[in-house]
Design a binder for this molecule. Structure first.
Ligand code: GAP
Length: 427
């Protein structure tokens, strides 16, 4: 993990938030390559979950919602972690992560567990009083539930159908972060699928399979993924059944996505509290019911960490260490780099033309600094799948070399073929 954090800083993927002031714990900023990678991951999810389907609509709800939403959803009362404090060194821990009754840091005596709500509070308007309290959403899901009727009407969807959303969520987490694994501010990629109550099991199984497959398409090694079923005492307050997809990080097997059967809990509670009829009339069976919800909930930042951790490798090439990020070309931040072999003899001009032509099709990067071998290494670390080198021969026969990141094999192509040769693999 230390090597990955250092590579992320060196290559401009991820930096500590407010670094020049000593940093802010569990908060991170995405740099030029990081934002490209995370955007590509989000796009990959959005395409799989909305564009490629007829039964899922997208929305983008506000982060701030009526406080009543969080009272009704059960988060004000139930979205808590039990915390214990060390009476001696004053360090604070999640009670479920401490074994025994002694402080893991100094061996001191621990307090009894106290419930700590994970929601960040703020105030609406200028007066900081109880009645003005609002919350930063701890999950994006509620923005979907309260818009159930708003989306269903105009889109003319019929059950079963889903609503998808990507957006920021906030949790006042106590446990240490492990880089971008657990942060205070993060992005969720959530989809809520509304089904007939009797069909919940069928759709739960369907979504488990779909979501597991998505990680294969993302290029994650299957042996690094496994399922974890929530035991009764692990289930969130809204869930009847839950499975996590876990990834084997260097710090252990950890959840990266949850598939939950939320039953009619959310719509039922909002229906009661708002007085709005959030039930559904089934034209076929002539029945009225409150739909059950199967939720798929992934973290965009956690998936970014999975992609980076899974892609990182060190190899020895001709006696030298090579660090490579073997990211799938489909989500790589830069798709191809363009290098003039030397900065003379018309090569920069030819390279510049190719660079500008390719730019219209996908993200490319121009580099004419230093020996070509060093430029290859920099692109290996950035996860760039292709490097195009313009050399003396280019000026004679309009061909260039294309070097593939993983195999390091170089092939020669006409410049006019580049969009087809590379574009087909990175799209
Ligand atoms: N709406 C259901 C829900 O929020 P969750 O299991 O609490 O379920 C879903 O969270 C996903 O959100 C997690 O699998 C993880 O990927 C991401 N996530 C949750 N808390 C996070 C945090 N503090 N930092 C980064 N990602 C987080």
């Amino acid at each position: 993990m230390e090597k990955l954090v250092s590579l992320c800083k060196r290559r401009g993927f991820i930096f500590q938030s407010s670094e020049i002031y000593g940093g802010l714990g569990s908060c991170w900023d995405y740099g030029p390559l990081g934002v490209e990678l995370k955007n590509n991951i989000k796009r990959f999810w959005w395409e799989a979950m909305t564009h490629r389907r007829d039964d899922i609509e997208g929305i983008d709800a506000a982060i701030l919602m009526a406080p009543k939403v969080w009272e009704t959803s059960g988060h004000v009362e139930g979205f808590t972690d039990p915390l214990v404090d060390c009476k001696q060194c004053k360090h604070r821990f999640r009670a479920d992560q401490v074994t025994g009754d002694k402080c893991p840091d100094c061996g001191g005596e621990l307090t009894q567990p106290r419930q700590f709500n994970l929601m960040f509070k703020t105030f609406l308007g200028p007066v900081e009083e109880e009645s003005a309290i609002a919350y930063l959403r701890p999950e994006t899901a509620q923005g979907i539930y309260v818009n159930f009727l708003n989306v269903m009407g105009p889109s003319r969807q019929k059950i079963p159908f889903g609503i998808a959303q990507i957006g920021k969520a906030f949790r006042n987490e106590i446990t240490p972060g492990n880089f971008i694994f657990r942060t205070l501010e993060f992005e969720q990629m959530e989809m809520q699928y509304f089904v007939r109550p009797a069909e919940d099991k069928k759709w739960f199984e369907y979504w488990k399979e779909q979501r597991r497959q998505w990680y294969d398409e993302l290029g994650i090694r299957p042996e690094k993924l496994r399922w974890h079923q929530h035991a009764e005492d692990e289930l969130a307050h809204y869930a009847k059944e839950a499975f996590d997809i876990e990834y084997e990080f260097s710090f252990g097997w950890k959840e990266i996505e949850g598939i939950h059967n939320r039953t009619d809990f959310d719509l039922g509670r909002h229906r009661e509290a708002s007085g709005k009829d959030l039930s559904y009339f089934d034209d076929q069976t002539k029945e009225r019911f409150v739909p059950f919800i199967i939720e798929t909930s992934a973290g965009a930042d956690r998936t970014t960490l999975v992609v980076l951790a899974d892609a990182y490798r060190e190899e020895e090439v001709k006696g030298e260490k090579r660090v490579v990020l073997g990211i799938s070309p489909k989500i790589a931040p830069i798709k191809a780099a363009v290098f003039p072999l030397v900065k003379k003899d018309g090569m920069p001009e030819a390279a510049d033309k190719i660079y500008h032509d390719l730019k219209k099709h996908f993200k490319v990067f121009y580099d004419d600094g230093g020996a070509v071998g060093r430029r290859y290494r920099r692109m290996d670390e950035a996860g760039t799948p292709y490097c195009i080198t313009i050399d003396g021969q280019t000026l004679e026969d309009d061909t260039v070399t294309v070097r593939e990141r993983d195999t390091m094999v170089q092939t020669r192509h006409k410049t006019g073929e580049l969009v087809e040769v590379i574009g087909g693999k990175v799209g």
